[in-house]
Design a protein around this ligand. Sequence first.
Ligand code: TYD
Length: 213
Amino acid sequence: MQVTTGTKGRFITVEGGEGAGKSTVIAKLYEELQARGVDVLLTREPGGIDIAEKIREIILNPAHTQMDERTEALLYAAARRQHLAEKVLPALQAGKIVLCDRFIDSSLAYQGHARGLGIEAVYEINRFAVGDCMPELTLFFDIRPEVGLARIDKARGREVNRLDLEGIRFHQLVREGYQLVMEKDPDRFVVIDAEQPMEQVYESVLRVLLARL
Ligand code: TYD
């Protein structure tokens, strides 16, 4: 699956289950890249811009327990489209490196596999949302769900969302979902061992990125 046709920038995404430390590590990475003079944009899904943040609020609100699985998948795809059109594509066209915390693979793993909608079905609606704009590189932060969830438990004060409330089985399915997606598209992924101490995770990610950029 090739990249961002017609754009000059580089599109890199970061994926993983709960408590993998993605957000902490890429915030640090962003600062490092900026300090090295790299023209980089850091953004996240679902959200990143006003309309998508509003959709995020609807999806992740812990009170919305009645949300249908397909509605959930469509809302993620809608938020993705808006974020892509308004923020990611213009940045890529301007030649930036875009680092995005979660993208299409989250939908394939969470909605496609863990929710049971089917990876192919969820891929189809997402193809409509993203067209041919796929990341050239995806860093997968791999962690056993019991380890990730224990980290979240310790980090009190962190926002608890509707998906955090799912049981361990759900998070095991998410990890399995990512493994299935990686098997289908192995060249795009680099697996990062997210069970290492955060500093080592950061060093591994920086090494991979500097080698690629
Ligand atoms: P967030 O608080 O950003 O989680 P994290 O820090 O783990 O990235 O919440 C995003 C949640 O939404 C997370 O549980 C994963 C889920 N998600 C999906 O289920 N499908 C998707 O397509 C995306 C982008 C996220």
